[in-house]
Structures are given as structure tokens and as C-alpha cells.
Design a protein around this ligand. Structure first.
Ligand SMILES: NC(=O)C1=CN([C@@H]2O[C@H](COP(=O)(O)OP(=O)(O)OC[C@H]3O[C@@H](n4cnc5c(N)ncnc54)[C@H](OP(=O)(O)O)[C@@H]3O)[C@@H](O)[C@H]2O)C=CC1
Ligand SMILES: CC(C)(CO)C(=O)C(=O)O
Length: 382
């Protein structure tokens, strides 16, 4: 194993730059020569929807993958499933062998650990994942929202930690199908300096069923994704699949209002949001507010999603779990506070999801909101 990422260049001036470029080339060449042919060992820690999809792709690419799973996902992985995508591609039915956390089943340190637990589960996961993390292990954080990687860096201060943005939706359909129900390019953070392992990570993932790219401006990428995730709470509160929810104008109005607050925060920060979906985030509030007949024509690509797709927050409430709402709306509110910007819509959605969480954890199910109810509730707070 090699610690290869995040080495920094410390020389200045044209000559020094040439020398630095040359030494970078030699180091990369040497690295490829010695290690390029070796298969990295990957541990996907916390296999659920995202972890199982990424782990299946890595396996299909011939990588050496250890799936760490528990509960229903341990059963699903062992029983096996087909993996499919929106374009109708399939990976053959496969069974995966799993390791259970805290069972002493680790095969030793992994070269790469994919942390695919929810933000809310990260604290415990950072303790349980320790048997897979050695001094040279690279850790990839696949959480939605912004800032959860800070806890990973604190826990594993000496390790290389890379942020990953997951743009697509994954659903599990009974009896045995793991389905990527929307499109989107997975983004891996390009770390400062000569990031020697990045190209290997990209190559290991390259597959017709997974588009992947690297980005330098990962914070902006994550904020652009966060903008899309502001729709998660509306989706969860509506109780509807995403496609159906998007066809109702009042729900779209609420999402647009929450997004405008985020865009205002990004403007205050001077942050340029990159394109992470079919349509650039800066146009979304206007598009979402269009009347239905225009929306369904002009924003047709937004509706180009599987009718079964639901957001991760819907799944959390449906399963009576704590949601990631604090890492989504909570993150926007916290940042808005720094610039003394008002954030009533995000605050209202945070409250509404908090209530639904209480209901979902203490009784079976939660009360969903009609589009008009939700819009009225949000307007009262504005
Ligand atoms: N689902 C989606 O389509 C998308 C999700 N994301 C983001 O990706 C991240 C992962 O989401 P998702 O895959 O949906 O989540 P899931 O809940 O489907 O998967 C997480 C898995 O991790 C397991 N887990 C948690 N803690 C531990 C632990 N200490 N030891 C072992 N296993 C553990 C959970 O087990 P248990 O259930 O028993 O707690 C669960 O099976 C989230 O931040 C989410 O927002 C991003 C884009 C789309
Ligand atoms: C892909 C998207 C935006 C919607 O499914 C998501 O990130 C989620 O469900 O959390």
C-alpha cells in the first residue's frame, strides 16, 4: 500500500516548476510501475443503497471488495441481487460475501475505505470501521450535505481523506434488484498537490453503469448537490415518489423558495456552483415555479427519472429513522447566520421534518403534507 494523495509541491519559479513537474512525473511513473498492476483492496463500510451499488460496480470491475453490512442489507447482499440502471443495463445476479462490524471478521487493513453510512451514523461508524483503517488507508466520504468529513479527518488525522459526491438515486426493489433510478456523474475530490491515487480510484470505478469524474472545487460541488437535496424534505413530507411530487406546483414552489435561500448564501460567500445535474442550479428556482403545463415541457429532463425514485429522507422517515435534515437545511441555516441572512423556508422545513421524525420514531408512520398545506405553512414563516 502507498500513501499517495495530497503531497504538496513546495518549489517556486519557472526552473523550480520544471524540476517539480519532472519529479512529479518520475514519482507517478514509479508509483504506476510498482503499484499500477496491484489490485487495491476496498472495504465498503456501511453497505446500504449507495454502498451496495458502488461495491457492486467495483466488484464488476474485478476489484477486491469487502462489503461491511448489517441487518437487512447483510441478508440482501448474501442472498444476492441484480444491479440495474435507468438506461436498462444490468449486472448479472450476484451474491456477495460480507463482514459484520465488531465481529472480528476484518481481513486486515484495506487500501481504500468507502464510508457509505448516513451522516447521522458517522460517529459510531468511525469507531466500528477502525479494524479496516491502517496508517496508509485512503478514506472516501460519501455523505450528502456539507462538513461531515471533518469528523473523519479528526478521527483519522494521518490518513488521506477524500470527499465524494453521489448525485444519483438508488432504490432496492423486491424481490432482488438494486436499481440506480436517476443519472448523474459521481465526483471524487482532487486533493491538493500531486494526487497520486486519484487516477486509480477513477479507473477502478469506470463502468458503463457509473459515470465518474474528479473535481478540485469539491466544497462548491457539495453545495451544488446540497441545493438539490433541499427537495428531500419536501419529498419526504409529501409521501410521494419524486416524479409525482415534481408534477405538483405548490411542492415545487416550496423547493424553489428553499433553494433561493441557499443561492443567496452562496452569493454572499462568493461561491460559484458547478453544474451537477441536467440543469444548472441557478435556473432551478425559476423553472420550479413555472405552471405545470410549462414545467412539464421546459423542464422535461427533470422528470426524466424512474417513477419509483424516492429520496433518502423519505426512506429514513418511512423506516422510522433519524433523518439527515440537520446536515441539509441545518447546514444552510448555519451558513446563512454567518452572513446575517434570513432563512425562514429552510427553518420551516427543518421544523416540519423534525416533527415527522418524532411521529415516525414513536408511532408507526408520520403525517404527510398536502402541497397546499406545506406551501401555506412555509409562507406563514416567511
Ligand atoms: N439513497 C440514495 O439514493 C442517496 C443517498 N445519498 C447519501 O449517501 C449516504 C448513504 O445513504 P444510503 O446508502 O441511502 O443509506 P442506507 O441507510 O441505505 O445505508 C447505510 C448503511 O450503513 C449501515 N451502517 C450504519 N452504521 C453502521 C455501522 N456502524 N456498522 C455497520 N453498518 C452501519 C446501515 O445499517 P442500519 O440500517 O442497520 O443502520 C445501512 O445499512 C447518505 O449520506 C445519503 O444522504 C446520496 C445520494 C443518493
Ligand atoms: C439523489 C438525491 C438528490 C435524490 O434521490 C439524493 O441525494 C437523495 O436521495 O438523498
Amino acid at each position: 500500500m502507498v500513501r499517495g494523495c495530497g503531497m504538496s509541491d513546495t518549489v517556486n519559479g519557472p526552473e523550480a516548476n520544471k524540476a517539480s513537474e519532472f519529479s512529479k512525473f518520475v514519482v507517478e511513473w514509479y508509483f504506476d510501475l510498482i503499484f499500477g498492476g496491484c489490485l487495491a483492496t476496498h472495504c465498503v463500510f456501511g453497505c446500504g443503497l449507495i454502498g451496495s451499488y458502488l461495491g457492486s460496480i467495483l466488484t464488476a470491475n474485478g476489484q477486491n471488495v469487502q462489503f461491511v453490512a448489517r441487518g437487512i442489507w447483510a441478508e440482501r447482499l448474501q442472498a444476492g441481487f441484480v444491479v440495474s440502471d435507468l438506461a436498462g443495463r444490468n449486472l448479472d445476479f450476484a451474491r456477495y460475501s460480507i463482514a459484520v462490524p465488531n465481529s472480528g471478521e476484518s481481513n486486515g487493513y484495506a487500501d481504500v475505505v468507502w464510508l457509505t453510512v448516513k451522516c447521522t451514523q458517522l460517529e459510531q461508524a468511525l469507531i466500528d470501521v477502525a479494524p479496516w483503517i491502517g496508517p496508509e488507508t485512503e478514506i472516501l466520504c460519501c455523505q450528502n450535505g456539507v462538513g461531515s468529513d471533518a469528523a473523519v479527518r479528526r478521527a483519522f488525522a494521518e490518513n488521506c481523506v477524500r470527499r465524494v459526491m453521489v448525485p444519483f438515486n438508488v432504490v432496492f426493489e423486491c424481490p432482488a434488484r438494486l436499481h440506480k433510478s436517476t443519472e448523474g456523474t459521481l465526483v471524487l475530490e482532487n486533493l491538493r498537490g500531486s494526487d497520486l491515487t486519484l487516477k486509480h480510484r477513477l479507473a477502478e470505478l469506470q463502468h458503463p453503469m457509473l459515470q465518474v469524474r474528479a473535481a478540485d472545487d469539491m466544497t462548491a460541488v457539495l453545495w451544488a448537490k446540497l441545493q438539490l437535496n433541499l427537495g428531500n424534505s419536501v419529498n419526504a413530507l409529501s409521501g410521494l415518489p419524486v416524479r409525482e411530487m415534481l408534477q405538483i406546483r405548490q411542492y415545487r414552489w416550496v423547493i424553489a423558495a428553499a433553494m433561493e435561500e441557499l443561492l443567496e448564501v452562496c452569493r454572499a460567500e462568493g461561491m460559484q456552483l458547478p453544474l451537477v445535474a441536467n440543469i444548472h442550479g441557478r435556473f432551478l428556482p425559476v423553472l420550479l415555479r413555472l405552471p405545470n403545463f410549462l414545467f412539464s415541457r421546459i423542464a422535461r429532463r427533470m422528470l426524466d427519472i424512474d417513477p419509483s425514485a424516492r429520496t433518502s429522507m423519505w426512506w429514513d422517515l418511512h423506516n422510522g429513522r433519524k433523518t439527515e435534515v440537520e446536515y441539509l437545511h441545518g447546514a444552510v441555516i448555519a451558513e446563512a447566520r454567518r452572513y446575517s441572512l434570513p432563512c425562514p423556508v429552510n427553518q420551516a422545513l427543518l421544523e416540519a421534518v423534525g416533527e415527522a421524525e418524532q411521529q415516525a420514531t414513536h408511532q408507526s408512520g408520520y403525517e404527510t403534507w398536502s402541497a397546499q398545506e406545506l406551501k401555506d405553512f412555509v409562507r406563514q414563516k416567511q
